[in-house]
Design a protein around this ligand. Structure first.
Ligand SMILES: O=C(O)CCC(=O)C(=O)O
Ligand SMILES: [Fe+2]
Length: 290
């Protein structure tokens, strides 16, 4: 198991403790590997939920500023991301062993339709997992590498069958394609098995302040929000290896430079060798993801 040597408890700008990362448990590893996703229920305090939700309802569209910024490296996910996106020698005290490469927030009122999305809620993946590629989920030497990885913060209650993200559990390890005409297509369109795949997809119920972590090699989909009791208010943050990048970042230097130093390292350049004996540890204007 990858663990950080960090021991000091610190308080961040928004007063959320940013102490030692919570290590991924063997049970979480087992289920993440088996199914491609895990749920961490009720991670945030009432106060954190209210603060982050208020920012989302006030119009925040990414998790890069305000209290929402604390979700980027919340201790509850840092241990997991170090485990599934990094290796022991690259888990350091002064920089993260993984990168953040995107963030978006959705607020979906009751009645929201998946047709609002450009993919119309079609089950999809980053790249078809049955073929080798740099974003792929892998396990070797008893170690997970999750490839492009999504962390979803649910800031309102989610009830199963009413519009949370759904997953075709286990599909991140599929060896055969989905039956569509094109093995390179990263969604299941035109597959004769679409209905049976949709029928076998799983979702979750959770209280506000819960987190879902999934590998983007897993077939997953957006769904109509039919829960009449509350909107869906969810923060979608995307992570990758410090050596790999899928999304263009689209985040300005001023916003990153205002973050605590270690958090800035989530946005450092995507390279490993050639920058001196200390390696690639520190974000700067000259060493940033674009
Ligand atoms: O909107 C959703 O529930 C699904 C989002 C999604 O496809 C993703 O996070 O990659
Ligand atoms: Fe997706």
């Amino acid at each position: 198991m990858v663990t950080s040597t960090q021991t000091t408890e610190t308080k961040d700008v928004h007063d959320i403790p940013t102490g030692a990362p919570v290590p991924m448990t063997p049970e979480q590893k087992f289920f993440f590997d088996l199914r491609g996703w895990i749920l961490l229920p009720a991670v945030l305090s009432e106060a954190d939920i209210e603060e982050t939700k208020a920012e989302a309802y006030a119009g925040a569209r990414q998790s890069y500023e305000g209290a929402l910024q604390n979700l980027l490296d919340h201790p509850a996910i840092v241990g997991i991301l170090s485990e599934i996106l990094s290796e022991e020698p690259f888990v350091k005290d002064d920089c993260y062993g993984f990168r953040c490469e995107g963030s978006f927030i959705t607020v979906r009122p009751p009645g929201w339709s998946k047709s609002d999305r450009s993919d119309n809620g079609l089950p999809h993946v980053v790249r078809p997992p049955q073929q080798a590629n740099a974003m792929r989920y892998q396990v070797a030497g008893g170690k997970i590498f999750s490839g492009l990885t999504r962390v979803v913060w649910e800031l309102e209650e989610v009830k199963t069958g009413t519009g949370g993200t759904s997953f075709l559990s286990g599909s991140h390890k599929a060896h055969f394609n989905y039956g569509g005409p094109d093995p390179y297509r990263p969604n299941i369109s035109d597959s004769p098995w679409e209905l049976s795949m949709r029928a076998q997809m799983d979702d979750y119920s959770c209280p506000p302040g819960s987190v879902v972590v999934f590998t983007e090699s897993l077939v997953h989909a957006a769904n109509d929000w039919t829960n009449p009791d509350n909107p869906r208010c969810a923060v979608f943050n995307c992570y990758n290896s410090i050596w790999a990048q899928w999304h263009r970042l689209n985040l300005n230097h001023e916003t990153i430079a205002a973050m605590p130093r270690k958090r800035q390292s989530l946005f450092r350049g995507t390279w490993a060798i050639g920058g001196g004996p200390e390696g690639n540890r520190e974000y700067s204007l000259d060493n940033r993801t674009v």
